[in-house]
Design a protein around this ligand. Sequence first.
Ligand SMILES: Nc1nc2c(ncn2[C@@H]2O[C@H](COP(=O)(O)OP(=O)(O)OP(=O)(O)O)[C@@H](O)[C@H]2O)c(=O)[nH]1
Ligand SMILES: Nc1nc2c(ncn2[C@@H]2O[C@H](COP(=O)(O)OP(=O)(O)OP(=O)(O)O)[C@@H](O)[C@H]2O)c(=O)[nH]1
Ligand SMILES: [Mg+2]
Ligand SMILES: [Mg+2]
Lengths: 279, 286
Amino acid sequence: LVIDEGSLEKPLWDLEIALLESDVAMPAAEEILKSLKEELIGERRKFTAKTHKIAEEALRNALLKVVSSGQFDFDTFIRDAAKPVKILFVGVNGTGKTTCIAKVAYRLRERGHSVVLASGDTFRAGAEEQIDAHAERLGVKLIKHQQGADPAAVIYDAVQHANARKLDVVLADTAGRFHTSVNLMEQLKKICRVNKPDLIIFVDEAIAGNDAVERAKQFNEAIGIGGSILTKIDADAKGGAAISIAHVTGKPILFVGTGQEYGDLEPFKPEWLVEKLIG
Amino acid sequence: GLGASLKDTMAKIANARRIDRELVDEVVKSIQRAMLQADVNVKLVMNISNKIRERALKEKPPEGMSSREHVIRIVYQELTGFVGKSADIQLGRQRILMVGLQGSGKTLSTARLARYFQRKGLKPAVIAADIYRPGAYDQLKQLSERANFSFYGERDSKNAVKIVKNGLAELEQNDVIIIDTAGRHSLEKDLIREMKDINRAVDPDHRFLIMDAAIGQQASEQARAFHDAVSITGVIISKLDGTAKGGGALSAVAETGSPIAFIGTGETIEDFEQFEPDRFISRLLG
Ligand SMILES: Nc1nc2c(ncn2[C@@H]2O[C@H](COP(=O)(O)OP(=O)(O)OP(=O)(O)O)[C@@H](O)[C@H]2O)c(=O)[nH]1
Ligand SMILES: Nc1nc2c(ncn2[C@@H]2O[C@H](COP(=O)(O)OP(=O)(O)OP(=O)(O)O)[C@@H](O)[C@H]2O)c(=O)[nH]1
Ligand SMILES: [Mg+2]
Ligand SMILES: [Mg+2]
């Protein structure tokens, strides 16, 4: 039997609804299903095989492919990179960037690396106090300037400090910002021009819906994303945003945030996510 | 984008001589897509679009109204009817408890809400009852200093209930007392219990759920959990200055049975407006 468009319509619609209910952004879901349809039409199937089972299996493979694109091992990257490795954390407001920096610092220290933090959010109320408290708890040096200072300069300072002290990693925080703010995106571009980060990590939350595609796309177009961290997956989020972000950037999800403590950072596993989505 | 598709479909109706089943189906499909793209709950999208389809087929356009205007009117009526009126904010003595998911905008909204009452001539004050997040105390304190309203917090305290009790006593002279709390979600049982304890200690006139405009399909479940725990009386949608459409707010309204009171439209303490159903819906539909 040959699979035709008609027999695919209901299975693909059901799968699209399942993806949308799991927070895969609509543009991503539609594009993935569209190429799936093209791939399946005209394929032969056994008389006993159900079309919706075939579609589901094909989708599972397509999702795995999307979310595994560009995967690399973070620990190996750190180990092999020229020191100091400069890592910049970016994203929209409230996604968990500052908390991620604390978690990553904790993880790096556990693995014997020396770390310095840069207080690159020089704008928001209480931002410096927040990262300062983390630095103190972690026993890590924090480079900060006064509120309103140029973030590019603070980060530059931190890199100089790392060079002088022969430290392994610089983790640079930035203020949350929306891709719709021309000024703030220009500021971010300047931070990258001045400091030339080795890795730009886009931090977004698993509970975000369709906007995950738009913001990942805009940040990627503005400064180029090297990898992402998906936070708050412990809020029972299905994690579809991982598909949206990987689909539009082609870059890997490196970690997922599973809580508010320093240890709540897990390496991202593509199979685990796909199982959550259409298990 | 999706907006264009809805406009194209509407243009088709404008040029149609009569509204038939096929055209209505096409309109409903593009409305579904717009709503899904705007993060409206999937089941809700199906319910609302079925209602729209039913009315578009059954109801005749009123005298002098084109078919296109008629269908657009039905769409707006169903959606604005669903999202309801903006909350009626009393300008008197009251206590307001601010709750919501991590990072949704509670602390900034606490300050913005205080500023709103200040602009209306009332004397607002805020209490920092988030004992977990590093720098939460400083964040709210700095915001209150900039706008010049009273602040109460206990930097090193690990007892939120104690803080609010002491705060309420200390801030007695103020008209409106707004309490900022830590972010939490439905699966953090200890934090949900803490929220209930704080609620009992404050006995507030209002319990506002602050939601990020970008929240996805989780909105319904989380709003339900907060409502079951402390009975929400109003919703605030933050970060509408981004590209997110805020469709999750429809779920919040559905689950809590309460209106949307304010929207956050930026990062300063002034970026706070009273909710307007029509503007919100037209932005949602793109
Ligand atoms: N449950 C849960 N909460 C998280 C996670 N990651 C971060 N958070 C919480 O999310 C809130 C916001 O975290 P921040 O680190 O301040 O976020 P941010 O992106 O730096 O915020 P801005 O700098 O204001 O843009 C805090 O309450 C964190 O504890 C996570 O993986 N799970
Ligand atoms: N652009 C913009 N940013 C906002 C808006 N509302 C809040 N923010 C920002 O979003 C981030 C999170 O806001 P907070 O007020 O710290 O959020 P919160 O709910 O108190 O976070 P937790 O206490 O960690 O749960 C901050 O960077 C705020 O400045 C808004 O309407 N527009
Ligand atoms: Mg931050
Ligand atoms: Mg807060």
